[in-house]
Design a protein around this ligand. Structure first.
Ligand SMILES: NC(=O)c1ccc[n+]([C@@H]2O[C@H](COP(=O)([O-])OP(=O)(O)OC[C@H]3O[C@@H](n4cnc5c(N)ncnc54)[C@H](OP(=O)(O)O)[C@@H]3O)[C@@H](O)[C@H]2O)c1
Length: 271
């Protein structure tokens, strides 16, 4: 028995989660499976995808198709089209990102090129492959994961923040074009979230200062807000921070977030 028949009809029978092997992407996959949706899971590492696929198939009786794919690959459109060939995909979630934390003057250009590839070229490519298919179906959705970092500039994460501003504006723009055609688009804005990537990069003694959310809570908010408007900021704390900092000047806001970022990450990059 399908527990969420309307959701299944609108966004199923298949969904794609790009960046699904851990963290928020993994949580999205489990939530979709819970709702009876089959999932194509994409990431570079196939082992965690396959392990998770086995668990999900047993637990939720849905199909899972793990595919190893580098979302920064130059031939991403072809690889992605091949991965979903023959499947009726109603929802695509672009979750993966790359972030190089450090001073701009000390960071190699290839780090930033990878950030642009995974965070900007990736979501544009997957959305571009998906959009004609969704329009033909006349229903479905796209979720693009973005970040509170995309609302202002900040020292140490400038290029990441700029790519997240790109993701937010991309989601809003696609919402404006596709919503009248029956396609739901959501820019899902996360703040600090306790994902393996966050835990790898954030010094243990600074972790709590960021008030991280659980990945499952972020993914659940994303799914619940799909179809309700172009953007959703996850977590009451993040929504409050956004409301308060919106009344600051650009200068005050950029200084505030730069100070907070330096406070958390400066010691980590000095080590
Ligand atoms: N965590 C936070 O504190 C936080 C805060 C604000 C916003 N967000 C947003 O939330 C989203 C998810 O963040 P996250 O922390 O869960 O982790 P993440 O490091 O962005 O993504 C992890 C997933 O993406 C995959 N991935 C990364 N690069 C890839 C590539 N080149 N090709 C294919 N797959 C790739 C990883 O698997 P493989 O390593 O196996 O490829 C893994 O499954 C991002 O869009 C981020 O901007 C996160």
């Amino acid at each position: 028995m399908i527990l969420f028949p309307e959701f299944h009809d609108r966004y199923g029978p298949w969904a794609v989660v790009a960046g699904a092997s851990e963290g928020i992407g993994q949580a999205y996959t489990h939530i979709l499976a819970e709702r009876g949706i089959n999932v194509v899971t994409l990431a570079r590492r196939i082992e965690p995808l396959e392990k998770d696929a086995e668990l999900i198939r047993r637990r939720h009786r849905v199909e899972v198709k793990p595919v190893s794919m580098d979302l920064a690959a130059p031939d991403l459109a072809e690889q992605f089209s091949a991965a979903i060939d023959g499947l009726d995909v109603g929802l695509c979630i672009y979750n993966a990102c790359y972030s190089a934390i450090g001073e701009f003057k000390d960071t190699a250009l290839d780090q930033y090129q990878k950030t642009l590839d995974v965070n900007c070229r990736g979501p544009v490519t997957l959305a571009n492959v998906m959009t004609p298919r969704l329009v033909e179906r006349g229903k479905g959705g796209l979720i693009i994961m973005s970040s509170m970092a995309g609302f202002q500039g900040s020292a140490m994460v400038g290029v990441y923040a700029a790519t997240k501003a790109f993701d937010t504006i991309l989601a809003e723009s696609l919402w404006a074009e596709l919503q009248p055609l029956g396609i739901d688009v959501l820019g899902c804005i996360a703040g600090a979230t306790e994902t393996p990537d966050f835990l790898r990069k954030t010094p243990a003694d600074k972790k709590d200062k960021a008030f991280p959310m659980r990945p499952e809570a972020v993914a659940r908010e994303g799914i619940e807000h799909l179809g309700k408007g172009p953007l959703h900021i996850c977590g009451r704390m993040n929504r409050s921070v956004n409301a308060v900092t919106r009344i600051m000047s650009h200068k005050q806001r950029t200084k505030f977030f730069s100070g907070a970022t330096r406070d958390i990450y400066e010691s980590a990059t000095e080590a």
